[in-house]
Ligand binder design. Structure first.
Ligand SMILES: Cc1cc2nc3c(=O)[nH]c(=O)nc-3n(C[C@H](O)[C@H](O)[C@H](O)COP(=O)(O)O)c2cc1C
Length: 147
């Protein structure tokens, strides 16, 4: 069973609310875990944080992405984890990064677009995905290359 699922790549997008302030310490420890685990699991993606939200795209083999998502859902540093999009893919979009980080500030186009009612929970998953790509291209992401 695992042998077959190895061939299937998926991309998952979720949003969550940070529990407590989004300090550098919290972000650093999340990224350290991502950097420690993701390369060996061939997981790639981008984590966007700010305005009390986490928005993350995770790409990789289906069983590995699902397992990581299960761990992430159980993480008490955030709550209200809600999957916005899940699809089978042929190619990665964030393949260069074991987990890139982008900061979502109030000045970002992603926020401005929907300001003052910016709410990823009510946005279309595909739109949020596109906005993540835009942020990554236009912003100043901290990129963690795949080791
Ligand atoms: C917003 C958010 C994003 C996360 N992203 C990842 C990730 O990409 N990869 C990862 O391994 N852990 C990630 N984590 C951490 C996991 O939830 C979990 O704590 C970790 O995988 C367990 O690592 P450990 O076995 O070293 O304790 C994330 C946590 C949060 C809150």
């Amino acid at each position: 069973m695992r042998v077959h699922s190895r061939n299937i790549l998926v991309r998952l997008l979720y949003v969550s609310r940070a529990v407590g302030p989004q300090t550098t310490t919290v972000t650093t420890s999340i990224l350290a875990q991502a950097h420690a685990h993701n390369p060996s699991q061939a997981i790639t993606g981008v984590l966007c944080q700010g305005q009390g939200f986490f928005i993350q795209v995770i790409e990789g083999e289906r069983s590995r992405v699902n397992a990581l998502y299960g761990r992430i859902c159980a993480d008490n540093r955030h709550k209200d984890v809600e999957m916005l999009h899940y699809e089978e893919i042929h190619e990665r979009r964030f393949g260069q990064w074991s987990m890139a980080l982008v900061h979502l500030s109030v000045d970002d186009p992603m926020v401005k677009l929907q300001h003052p009612d910016f709410d990823p929970y009510s946005a279309s998953g595909l739109q949020v995905m596109q906005q993540m790509l835009n942020l990554l291209e236009s912003g100043q992401p901290i990129r963690m290359p795949v080791a």
